[in-house]
Design a protein around this ligand. Structure first.
Ligand SMILES: C[S@@+](CC[C@H](N)C(=O)[O-])C[C@H]1O[C@@H](n2cnc3c(N)ncnc32)[C@H](O)[C@@H]1O
Length: 371
């Protein structure tokens, strides 16, 4: 169920602590940036808060509790508070759970409107964290080329030496206990062979594991490591180096061989920002840093799956809610401004009646609550 809440973000989390704990796959925060200005779009709003960092900390502590263990936090910010915000989130999430800084281009470089500024700043930023450091973004895979999967591993004597290393069970086969056969074409049970050299030693989990735990075990050993990575078989094969080949080798099965197409942090929404006032349809213009649906769509794609729950504690014009409805996620969205609350209600009404700019009539449930 989608929910629009009129109220203070912190108060909502405190009041509903039991109900929202561990529930959300993504929490998106687009707080006031503490620009210390009263200008342009913010003529009616003084964006100054001497207690900004502490207020953010309180909200982020609540966000951390409300996230599922495999969940993500994404926070929009500009450079005024970027360098204060990161240490605040680091203390709550831990620095290792910081995934990355995503610069978001929001202005054309030639459209310089603030002529009194020292330079024309075209970027805002997204800081993205995960609750647990092993969580990965959802991404598509490039299908593997089966012509490369031509190595067959034949076990000649199935009595390996068994050990436990770094929490993993391993089986070690001496050179006379196995053979590797290169075939002309891919058949069932064939593998692709990777030499663990260069970047594979440090930027690849299997390569790194080999270097840390297996590289010094001896020469030409075939080693089966159970539970390593998401190898479709439940284990991964390695061969240690020898006189001729100075690097180790790992084998990949076709079962899980697709190469992930990773999201990039090369985000340019300048065209969308130029037309942002149209998004949501009539009555949904919002002068307080309204975000393009394409930006929220990007976050939903990489951090969530269909039917996941998402929370936005600084809802504004309801961009996150609109995207969640369009992408079949469930959104709880909060704002403490009456005008934002009214705009969000207008936006969902427009979506139901086919009056958003895409002209589609959406069917969905959405509750409203004032706290
Ligand atoms: C930058 S705007 C969000 C814009 C939104 N992402 C969009 O696309 O329209 C920040 C919003 O946070 C709201 N806000 C500020 N302090 C808040 C608080 N303590 N609790 C809830 N909302 C708050 C403001 O009313 C404003 O609408």
């Amino acid at each position: 169920m989608n929910k629009i809440i009129y109220g203070n973000a912190y108060d909502y989390c405190e009041k509903k602590a039991g109900e929202i704990e561990g529930r959300f796959q993504l929490i998106y925060l687009d707080p006031p940036y503490n620009t210390k200005r009263k200008r342009g779009a913010r003529k009616s709003y003084n964006d100054t808060n001497s207690n900004w960092a502490q207020n953010m900390r309180d909200v982020i502590v609540n966000a951390h509790k409300a996230l599922k263990k495999e969940g993500f936090l994404a926070v929009s910010i500009n450079q005024m508070e970027l360098f204060n915000l990161k240490p605040v989130i680091d203390t709550v999430f831990c620095a290792e759970c910081f995934i990355g800084l995503f610069p978001v281009k929001i202005r054309h470089k030639d459209r310089q409107l603030m002529i009194n500024a020292t330079f024309h700043d075209v970027y805002e930023y997204l800081l993205i964290y995960r609750k647990e450091k092993s969580t990965r973004f959802f991404c598509e895979s490039k299908v593997a080329d089966p012509r490369k999967f031509v190595y067959k591993i034949n076990i000649l004597d199935d009595s390996p030496q068994k050990k436990h290393i770094a929490g993993k069970q391993i089986e070690i086969f001496k050179p006379e206990q196995y053979e590797i056969v290169k075939q002309d074409e891919c058949t069932t049970g064939c593998f692709r062979r990777y030499i663990i050299a260069g970047k594979l030693k440090t930027a690849n989990w299997s390569g790194e594991w080999y270097e840390n735990y297996l590289a010094d075990m001896g020469t030409d050993l075939l080693i089966k490591v159970h539970g390593l990575e998401q190898e479709g078989l439940g284990y991964r094969w390695f061969i240690t180096s020898n006189e001729k080949r100075k690097s180790g080798v790992y084998f990949q099965s076709l079962l899980n061989a697709g190469r992930p197409i990773l999201p990039t942090n090369d985000l340019d929404f300048t065209d969308e920002v130029t037309n942002i006032y149209k998004e949501g349809g009539a009555g949904c213009d919002y002068k307080d840093s309204k975000k393009p649906e394409k930006l929220l769509g990007f976050l939903l794609d990489i951090c969530t799956r269909e039917n996941d729950e998402v929370m936005d504690m600084y809802g504004g014009s309801g961009t996150t809610l609109a995207c969640c409805i369009k992408k079949n996620r469930k959104c709880t969205i909060i704002d403490n401004s009456k005008s934002a609350y009214e705009i969000m209600k207008t936006r969902v009404r427009n979506m139901r009646n086919g009056l958003d700019i895409d002209g589609v009539k959406y069917e969905f449930e959405c509750e409203e609550e004032e706290i």
